[in-house]
Design a protein around this ligand. Sequence first.
Ligand code: S5P
Length: 452
Amino acid sequence: MESKKEFFLECYQLGIIKFGKFTLKSGIESPFYVDLRPLASDPRILKHLANYLLEMLPLDNFDVICGVPYAALPMATAMSLESYLPLIIKRKEAKAYGTKKLIEGIYTKGQNCLLVEDVITSGKSLLETIPEIENEGISVSDIVVVLDRQQGGKELLESKGYRVHTLFTISEVCTILKDEGHLDDEEVSRISDFLAGNAVKFEDKKRLSYEQKLEYADHSVAKKLLEIALQKKSNLIVSADVITTAELLDLAEKVGPHIVALKTHIDIITDFDSDSTILPLKDLAAKHNFLLMEDRKFADIGNTQELQFSYGIYKISNWADFVTAQVIGGYDSLDCFRNVGVVAILGMSSKGTLTDKNYQEEALKVAQSHPNVIGGVSQKQIPDELLLFTPGVNLADSGDGKGQQYNTPEHVFSNLHTDFMIVGRGIYKAPDAEKSALNYKIAGWNAYETSL
Ligand code: S5P
C-alpha cells in the first residue's frame, strides 16, 4: 500500500473535504465541510481504506463488525470482506412492522462488536448509537473512525470507557494539504481558530463574475474568451486529444456550438497538413465562434520558443489564438508570443507533479507581471487579474490510471474559482461527444453560477 499521506491525497481528490464557509446543522459556521460518502464509490480506495482501518485494530477482540448508518455501512462491509469479521447492520429506525428489530444479521448476546464511523465530531451520534447496540446484549469496546474533526468527540467517548481509533485527524489532513499547496496559511489558521473553539471570521472573498473579469481584462484574447463565455453561457474548453485530422474536424464540428475554445495538441495529429487540417479548423472556429488554444507547453529559452512558435510544419503563430507555456525559462522567454495570449502552466494536475508550492509562487510572479500572459493553468486559486484554466475535470472518473487526477465542475468553480474548465476524455471518448459536451457545458455553467 502507498503511504498514508499519498492515500489521503487520493481520497481528497474524490472531493471529501471542502474548504470555504459552511453552516453546520448546529448553525455554527465552519471553515471546512467533510463528507466521506464518495469514498464508497471508488472500489480500490474503499478496499485500501478498509485495510488501513483494520491495521490499527486488535482484531482478536471482536466477534462482529457494525457501521453507523449510512456513510460507514460500505466501510464496515469492506472491512468485513477483508477481515472475515461477520457484519451486522444497525437500522436507523426500527421497522414499523414484523420483528421491529434495530439490529439485523446474525449475532448472539455477549458478543463484542467493533463499531465503524466515518467522521467523529462531538461524539453525540455515537453515544446514541452505542446503547441501541448494547440493548441487544452486544458489547462495544472499540470504535474506529476515519476522520476525527477534533471537536471533542474522541475525548467524550474515551471518558465513557470506549477506545477510539482514528485514521486521520483534521489537523494532520490540513498539514498534508498545506504542504501540497491546496491550502494557504490564512485558511490553515482559520481552521486552527475554529478547532480551538473560537468564532471564525470569514472575509467573504467572492469569485468574480465573467462581467467583472471583462472590466479587468486588458488583453484582447482574454476579452474575447470572456465575451464568448457570456454569449454562449459556456466555460467549457474541450481538449481535442485525437490523432487524425478527420477526428479533429469531426469533434470540432460536434462540440463547436458548446465551447469557448478548442484545445489542441497539434503535434499528435499524424496526418497534419496546414491546408487540410488548419484551414477547415479555422473555418469551424469562425462558424461556431470558438477560439483555438494550442497546448504546446513551450519550455525553452526565448529564441528556441520563437522558432518553435512560428516555424517547423505547425506554424502555430499563424493560427492559434492562445498557447500554453511553461514559465521555467523565465520572464523574457515569454516575450516571443506576440499577438497571442499565453496561459502559463503554474501547477499541473498529475500525481507527483514537481510544481510544488514554491515553484507555483515563483511561476505566478512571472505570470502576473508579463503582458502576454492572460491566465494560468492551475489546480488552486490564483489572483483575480488572471484567468484560471483548470484541466483534470471529469464527471465520471477520479483518475485515468496514468497519473491524471480528476475533479468535478463544482469543485473547480466553487473552491478554485476557475474561469474555464478543460475536459478531454470525458467528452471525446464519450459515445456521443456532442451530447457529452452539452452536459459538461450545462454542468460547468451551473457550477459557475452557484459559485458566484
Ligand atoms: O496540469 C495539466 C495541464 C494540462 S494543459 N493537466 C492536464 O491534464 N492538461 C491537459 O489537459 C492534458 O495535456 C490533456 O490534453 C487535457 C486533459 O485531458 P483529460 O482527457 O484528462 O480530460
